[in-house]
Design a protein around this ligand. Structure first.
Ligand code: HEM
Length: 158
């Protein structure tokens, strides 16, 4: 087992964690859109915590071991177009993912407050829980990660 094998393994573990987290969040978002009561949304708290952990692990592992690979392997340079593209897309994905997480966290906190109240169906909260801004950020982050994945597989220009 060479250093290269270990780096690539850890890098791809990070990639799996990111793809897993995005899949998980996409499912939870669709589920919250269908949720009738604030208490239904509160039920997702555990799953989203797992997703948050996967995002953290995946974001850090992909960038650390990705850069290490680009530096360590003789055939690539950090300033190669496809590597620079990955770094830029990674930054866009991290920032939009963070904003989406913040927006959904606010919705979750609000849901937890409403869930304490006797009125179970709240149309105005339901409308807010379907935040277009939060969804938009999630979709941009998702596209960024999928573009990186394609960039990694085809390595255009390498
Ligand atoms: C700043 C970010 C990143 C950098 C600098 C980077 C760099 C690299 C490098 C240099 C390789 C080549 C290894 C080889 O030729 O064997 C690689 C492979 C790979 N990367 Fe990344 N990476 C980054 C982010 C990501 C992300 C976010 C994902 C997941 C979505 C990802 C998924 C992959 C996969 C699946 C491979 C193996 C593909 C293959 O070689 O066929 N990378 N990465």
């Amino acid at each position: 087992v060479s250093l290269y094998d270990v780096l690539l393994f850890l890098h791809v573990v990070g990639a799996f964690a990111l793809i897993g987290a995005i899949t998980l969040f996409s499912i939870v978002i669709v589920a919250t859109w269908r949720a009738e009561r604030p208490s239904d949304i509160v039920e997702f708290a555990g799953v989203t915590r797992l997703g948050g952990l996967l995002v953290m692990v995946g974001t850090l592992m992909t960038v650390v071991f990705g850069l290490w690979l680009a530096i360590d392997l003789d055939q690539y340079r950090v300033w190669d177009g496809w590597v620079v593209a990955a770094i830029i897309l990674w930054a866009i994905g991290s920032e939009t993912g963070r904003r989406s997480a913040d927006a959904y966290e606010r919705i979750g906190t609000e849901a937890a407050q409403f869930a304490q109240e006797p009125v179970t169906v709240r149309p105005e909260f339901r409308a807010r829980s379907r935040s277009v801004q939060a969804l938009g950020m999630h979709l941009v982050a998702t596209c960024a990660v999928l573009l990186i994945l394609a960039d990694m597989i085809w390595k255009p220009g390498a």
